[in-house]
Design a protein around this ligand. Structure first.
Ligand SMILES: Cc1cc2nc3c(=O)[nH]c(=O)nc-3n(C[C@H](O)[C@H](O)[C@H](O)COP(=O)(O)O)c2cc1C
Length: 743
């Protein structure tokens, strides 16, 4: 057996993940490949890139995060591969993955390709390269809600080819809005067959048996494989330490020190400013623009209700160890032992379901397949099996009901769920990312987060009320509660080092969050250095903010602070667009940006300023288009040239985006099915009044070019326009959760 295994072709399955799906898919893939290959799974951040050229078969399973960026645990490998391809650029100070990944992928998809030298270089490495002996294939997870769909998977695919590796099966994308699991199953089966053929293993391998692992992996649940063992006098888990272990991340305890409701009492919605004390942790250092990841807790009544429905469960607060039966091979033969299931710490079932497991995201198709085996009524079993197999029926069910675990139990009353199944098969509760709303120099030892409290009703507004897990928790938990946190750097969204350059910030709704950290930082910087200089330039670069909300007296969330910052000359000026002010036409941030076209052109193009946009994808697209129109008009550029100019600004790290959410426009391009899905997804990130389709754009004539350039005009604040003008828009984002739209 040992010799047979030693002769097997090595297969390395590498994943990068932010919320755990890629890791789960990679593990399942490994079960399949073990039938014919010497397969192993490795996270990209534990992979030594030096090994790559000695690999035979590499399978990449990765998601895309941020705005076309790798997940955090894929960043180092992404960079190493880039350096392998461009050794001349290694060690460069301004080396940020976002720009080269997007650049690489956008040039592939017909973007700007005027880098002739780079293209010639491409041609050389295409023919031969350091990875000449490597075969590979990529499964790219993503969401068409984002403009850079599956960009990191495409980057991996492209760079592996460029380094000389041979693709044995074309890259497949898995869209979380539509049929991701099915896409994975199809790709996994196909790539396994192709790999067997490539390595001439076809005759010896039972393909059906191997791909059976798609529904029955080493970790899939059977009553005899997992158990829950009570531990008398046991101690409940330390939440932060356990989260750190199961997520292989640094997770540190902050304390909720203050919570402020930012919207008026009359508002139907809530936005909170949560102030967290970092308890002097040096590992929670951050720069303005960075994100904080918060590990939330599930609502206690939901957890209680689920616990009361479990079959043969121990008392909720009994400390238990979750165990898996594993086979151990020794020289004397093999034996089976119960060992602790590594993804679940010793804790009570209540703690497990509250702090470590995700009980609110609808079950995956694979999980439904498993649950179907635990029903005692045919009607429940048949419906569950249908949902597990028919992706269209599944997506309809998922989007209409968005059922949490309790609602699944309610819908299929004959389901008898044993506790060990939930403790081992539910996905892990993931951190939610928020842009940090404070400067570490102004608010020493604190991290502030601005978050919309997400609430929505399923079934197009007629169903049950659900709340966002993290915003709901932080809005409800006691002051003084421990909040497990991690900091995630966002180097491509930092203030420019050169303080004499103008800064334009566009952030409607909770998109204003990171800009609060910017103006706080600017306030401190001005106190420390009254007159900065850079070469010939002297004095502070202007700082303009464009904010948008519905009504001035309802959700103009940082009104007083903005007024104060302007009075103290921290902000040169700020502009507020109001989209639902009684008796006034709708006005959006890009409308005001458009009004201030001359000033924007002067700041960005003539003075080399930096442009920042934070908020939902749809708004960010409209703002980008507005900027392109401004460039076209004042710079005399053709539309294509203006687009390229913005791409160049991005490459030069002068156009910065921090975006989230669902774009109807993007999915329209992607076809009807995805459009339906993402239109329905809107209701999970906003209230039912979100428009279902985009309004038509009606460009406003630009102000006279000659008149406009020169001294910036005195900008208008709280602008009320007579007509809705400027490029089209949907409405403003109501949430700033960086978690997936569905959460
Ligand atoms: C904050 C956030 C940002 C995201 N950004 C992108 C993106 O830029 N492009 C994309 O295709 N998908 C994006 N996604 C979707 C994820 O890639 C998708 O949810 C994927 O299934 C996650 O897989 P993972 O669990 O392995 O990380 C984003 C998701 C979140 C929560």
């Amino acid at each position: 057996m040992g010799r047979a295994l030693a002769r097997r072709v090595k297969c390395t399955i590498m994943y990068a993940t932010e919320t755990g799906k890629s890791e789960r898919f990679a593990t399942t893939l490994c079960e399949i490949f073990k039938h014919a290959f010497d397969a192993r799974v490795v996270c990209m951040d534990s992979y030594d890139v030096i090994q790559l050229e000695h690999e035979s078969l590499v399978l990449v399973v990765t998601s895309t995060f941020g705005n076309g960026d790798p997940p955090e645990n894929g960043e180092v490998l992404a960079k190493s591969l880039f350096e392998m391809k461009h050794p001349e650029k290694s060690g460069s100070a301004n080396f940020s993955s976002s720009s080269y990944i997007r650049m690489s992928v956008s040039s592939e998809h017909g973007g700007h390709t005027d880098d002739k030298e780079a293209n010639e270089d491409d041609n050389l490495t295409m023919e031969s390269g350091p990875l000449g002996n490597v075969r590979y294939s990529v499964f790219a997870l993503g969401s068409r809600a984002y403009p850079h769909f599956a960009a990191f998977g495409h980057y991996m695919d492209k760079i592996l080819t460029e380094l000389g590796a041979e693709c044995i099966h074309n890259i497949v994308e898995g869209d979380e809005l539509c049929g991701q699991e099915e896409s994975f199953r199809n790709w996994a089966e196909a790539v396994f067959k192709d790999a067997c053929e490539t390595f001439c293993l076809g005759d010896d391998i039972n393909i059906t048996e191997a791909t059976g692992a798609l529904s029955n992996t080493d970790h899939s649940w059977t009553p005899n494989r997992f158990r829950i063992t009570p531990i008398d006098n046991g101690k409940d888990a330390d939440v932060c330490k356990s989260l750190a272990t199961i997520h292989s991340k640094t997770v540190l305890p902050c304390r909720l020190m203050e919570r402020t409701q930012l919207q008026s009492n009359e508002s139907s919605r809530q936005t909170i400013l949560a102030k967290l004390n970092t308890q002097d942790s040096s590992e929670l250092q951050y720069a303005p623009g960075d994100h904080v990841g918060i590990f939330p807790a599930n609502p206690p009544d939901l957890v209680d209700a689920i616990l009361s429905r479990l079959h043969n469960a121990p008392p909720p607060d009994q400390i238990v160890r979750t165990e898996i039966l594993t086979e151990v091979s020794t020289p004397l033969g093999s034996s089976k032992n119960w060992t602790q299931y590594e993804k679940m710490p010793v804790c009570s079932m209540r703690t497990g379901l509250t702090r470590f497991l995700d009980v609110t995201t609808p079950p995956s198709q694979a999980f439904l397949q498993l649950l179907a085996t635990l029903t005692s009524r045919d009607i429940d079993k048949e419906r569950m099996e249908l949902l597990a197999k028919d992706s269209k029926a599944y997506e309809d069910w998922r989007y209409d009901l968005f059922p949490n675990m309790l609602e699944v139990l309610d819908q299929f009353p004959s389901l008898k769920v044993p506790p060990s199944l939930l403790m081992t098969q539910l996905p892990l509760l993931q951190q939610r990312f928020y842009s940090i709303s404070s400067s570490p120099m102004e608010c020493v030892g604190e991290i502030h987060a601005t978050m919309a409290v997400v609430k929505y009703r399923t079934q197009n507004g007629a169903g049950l009320e659900h709340e966002g897990v993290c915003s709901g928790w932080l809005n409800r938990c006691d002051i003084g509660a421990i909040v497990p946190c991690a900091v995630r750097a966002a180097p491509s969204f930092h203030l420019p080092e050169d303080q004499t350059l103008p800064v334009i910030m566009v952030g409607p709704g909770t998109g204003i969050a990171p800009f609060r950290s910017f103006w706080q930082q600017r306030k401190v910087d001005r106190e420390m250095n009254p007159v900065p200089s850079h070469g010939d330039r002297k004095g502070w670069g202007e700082m303009y903010l464009y904010f948008g909300c519905r009504k001035n007296n309802i959700d103009n969330i940082y009104k007083d602070e903005l007024g104060q910052m302007k009075a103290e000359k921290v902000l040169t000026d700020y502009f507020v667009s109001l989209s639902r002010e009684a008796g006034q036409p709708k006005v959006y941030v890009q409308d005001i940006l458009f009004k201030n076209a001359a000033m924007t052109y002067e700041s960005v193009v003539k003075r080399g300023g930096h442009f920042y946009v934070c908020g939902d994808v749809s708004m960010a697209n409209d703002v980008t288009k507005t900027l392109e129109q401004i460039l076209a008009h004042y710079g005399g550029m053709k539309p294509e040239e203006a687009k390229n100019f913005v791409l160049k600004l991005k490459d030069a790290n002068r156009f910065h985006e921090d975006i989230f959410g669902v774009s109807i426009q993007k999915s329209t391009e992607a076809g009807d099915k995805a459009r339906d899905q993402s239109q329905r997804a809107w209701k999970f990130i906003d209230n039912p009044s979100k428009p279902a389709s985009k309004e038509t754009a009606k460009p406003m004539p630009l102000p006279d070019k000659k008149m406009a350039i020169g001294k910036p005009k005195v900008p208008m604040k709280n602008i009320f326009m007579k007509q809705r003008v400027g490029p089209g828009n949907t409405s403003l984002p109501s949430t700033h959760s960086k978690a997936s739209p569905s959460k």
